[in-house]
Design a protein around this ligand. Structure first.
Ligand code: NAI
Length: 306
């Protein structure tokens, strides 16, 4: 199979490396900057013999070269620059993402789309709209990353192996995300048995602030290693039809009492994309947080379209 990555920046190029080196698919990297995706692809190809895989990796500025992709990942867009409002960024990235989605689907009409560009839930909604695809074929990556961050902070606090920690973060990607601390476990033992409420709350706050913490440390741009890993996990579950149950930004039609909106919910990911959405019983507090999160996404969808 072939995976196209639109936007060969830090997340896009790292994702290309992950997909090829995990031997999941051939990769096409597309960017508007001339020469850059071609150069990155050549660099990755030169590592192929050393990393012992045999995947094709190519770079292009032309959507015709992305034809018949099984999956299209959209990471194209800009981070906020000084003096730019969130609204400005919202409109700039909306135009880039809608353009990318329309161009990509013209050459890969059966593709599954995974959106990474921020603001994530809004960009995923616009991609669903622009492609006119069934809702199972369009999704956004956020919850897998946010959950991995929550799991990391729990593992660090307890001094246990990160892979033994399982947690899920729902809702929108940003300050209003909904980490489900009640469901987090270390090999099946609820963290509420292992940590006091104040510590859990501190880890939840660090998770909400996870992206910003890295931006503050790095000054130049945000995270990309863990975002690329999270996206590659979703690609893998789809291409290998693994049916993993992951938090994914999906288009809702009545689930969780929400309609015509994209937000992070637990989804089974397989070869059809979002195979189904699991409706958890949420506490009043968790449900209120999810509804608040959805309200803010809805406002931003409207702003993006004004
Ligand atoms: P980056 O700036 O390194 O890469 C973005 C790339 O998009 C650049 O190479 C740029 O030339 C390209 N681009 C711009 N307009 C384009 C167009 N019209 N067509 C094709 N390519 C175009 O940024 P980075 O760090 O890779 O982040 C990319 C996006 O992903 C940002 O919006 C960021 O906020 C988001 N992000 C989302 C995460 C999530 O959890 N959903 C996590 C990390 C990043």
């Amino acid at each position: 199979p072939r995976v196209t990555i639109v936007g060969a920046g830090r997340v896009g190029s790292t994702l290309a490396q992950r997909i090829a080196e995990k031997n999941l698919a051939d990769v096409v990297l597309l960017d508007i900057v001339e020469g850059m995706p071609q150069g990155l692809a050549l660099d990755l190809l030169e590592a192929r013999g050393l990393e012992l895989h045999n995947r094709q990796i190519s770079g292009t500025n032309n959507y015709a070269d992305t034809a018949n992709s099984a999956i299209v990942v959209i990471t194209a867009g800009f981070p906020r620059k000084p003096g730019m409002s969130r609204d400005d960024l919202l409109k700039i990235n909306a135009k880039i993402v809608v353009d990318a989605a329309k161009n990509a689907i013209a050459h890969s009409p059966h593709a599954i789309f995974i959106v990474v560009t921020n603001p994530l839930d809004v960009m995923t909604y616009l991609t669903w709209q622009a492609t006119n695809l069934p809702r199972n074929q369009v999704m956004g990556m956020a919850g897998v990353l946010d959950s991995a961050r929550f799991e990391t902070f729990i593992a660090l606090e307890l001094g246990v192996l990160p892979a033994d920690v399982k947690a899920m973060v729902l809702g929108s990607h940003g300050d209003l995300m909904v980490p489900l601390a009640r469901y987090a476990t270390v090999n099946g033992i609820p963290i509420t048995e292992l940590l006091d409420a104040a510590t859990i709350e501190r880890l939840v706050q660090r998770t909400r602030n996870g992206g910003a913490e890295i931006v503050e440390l790095m000054h130049t741009g945000g995270a990309f290693f863990a975002p690329a890993s999270a996206t590659s996990l979703m690609v893998e579950s789809i291409l290998l039809n693994q049916s993993r149950l992951l938090p994914v930004a999906a288009y809702l039609q009545g689930e969780y009492g929400l309609n015509d909106i994209v937000i992070g919910v637990p989804c089974r990911l397989g070869c059809a994309g979002v195979e189904n959405i699991l409706e958890l019983t949420l506490s009043d507090e968790e449900n209120a947080a999810l509804q608040t999160s959805a309200h803010s996404v809805r406002q931003n969808i409207q702003r993006a379209q004004e």
